[in-house]
Design a protein around this ligand. Sequence first.
Ligand code: B12
Ligand code: SF4
Ligand code: SF4
Length: 386
Amino acid sequence: MGRINFLKFMNSKEKKEKLACIKSFAESLGFDGFGVARPELGPAGERFGKWLSDDYDGEMSYLRRGEEKRKNPNLVLEGVESILCFSTNYFAMAKDMSYLDHREIGDVSIYALNKDYHDVITPRLKRVEAKIQEKFEGCRTRVYVDTGPLLEKPLAQQAGLGWIGKHTNLLTAGKGSWYFLSEILTDLSFPPSAPAEDHCGTCRSCIDICPTKAIIAPYVLDSRRCISYLNIELKGVIPVEYRKAIGNRIYGCDDCQIVCPWNSYAVKTDDPDFEKKQDTLKLIDLIQIDGETFRQRFKGSPINRIKRRGLLRNVAIALGNSGNPQAIPPLIKVLDDEEPLIRAHAVWALGELSGPNIVSIIQEKLGNEQDDNVLEELERVVARFA
Ligand code: B12
Ligand code: SF4
Ligand code: SF4
């Protein structure tokens, strides 16, 4: 019997049973939320277009390149009928805003405290895909974790996993938002789940806490202001206006989720791949890390994505905000670093931590400086103490 006929003659009871079997297999692999969405975005597609036209994507040009696909999953998998949506808890440790008081420690977002989730979830999702292929022979499927051209949050909302909160993350009543999303697209037609409803109510804690006022209106994020964009996605110089607000955050930002009342229901993950592995990261140690030590220390960690240059850029900013004069000698030392991005941010940090006498020290160190960004930072420090 051909594929089309086989699927057509499979009665809905049989289909539901097989779907339940797929769900429990996914649960056995660590997925803790599951639902089915129709491959239609509704208003989310238009909102995404508007968001791009407002330039809220910053330098994330891949979002723009994939605009049409993100608005229409049929361009991602022709003939797609259902999108199976999954969530995976990454809540590795309880966290409150007191992390800001430990200014000598670099703060890393909870999601990045262990292995890179792309590396963990993709093979698991492929096992679920194989199970679907086994149960529905001949069906077509495609798996995505984060990086695919899909609007994962609106799809997951439709699949009933949660609603998009005012902070723009997906969250679930009685569960919170500390989870990743992933999907399997298929040409199989399954009954869709009931979409999740919004339970933000009159709350606006996430909007008020945001250090850079990146949530410019409820449900709308200007990425260019979001610390998670500035210290992960942005590859170059971090605009001066946000550096103080970045504080000691060296990889991502959790604030809008920390204060969300629904996250008081979050339950810690017992998944060894997501339990906290990253040790405390002392800023003074990090600023002195060489290329080889960086590779060994952050192999397999999401932090590896921003490379040594991105991390030390962020560490320099955090040291500039630390108020710790002991950071001055190591920062002077990195003015010799071969990476201009690191030198530029070290100049700023020295200006924050020192008095006027630092100017001649920096000038002497950077006597042969050619890089425009570094020279611009130097000019700023000179002007500051003039
Ligand atoms: C680009 C991106 C970012 C950008 C932009 C963030 C954003 N809000 O979209 C930056 C770099 C800032 C970022 C940061 C983070 N990210 Co990110 N990111 C993505 C990515 C790759 C694409 C998201 C996207 O398309 N954004 C475009 C905009 C338009 O989407 P949106 O903000 O949701 O816009 C909708 C709403 O604003 C809504 N809307 C607009 N107006 C209105 C008005 C009303 C009345 C209503 C109801 C709705 C509404 O409609 C829009 C369209 O749906 C997804 C993975 C994926 N493929 O989807 C991960 C993803 C969203 N990120 C994720 C995570 C974990 C994070 C961080 C928490 C990491 C961290 N701790 O640092 C932060 C959170 C910051 C925040 N407050 O959102 C997870 C979120 C999981 C979850 N539970 O929601 C995802 C899904 C990755 C994954 N597979 O798990 N991220
Ligand atoms: S992640 Fe941080 S900077 Fe970004 S919106 Fe949330 S609180 Fe604001
Ligand atoms: S903090 Fe309040 S407004 Fe923000 S997402 Fe959570 S419930 Fe919604």
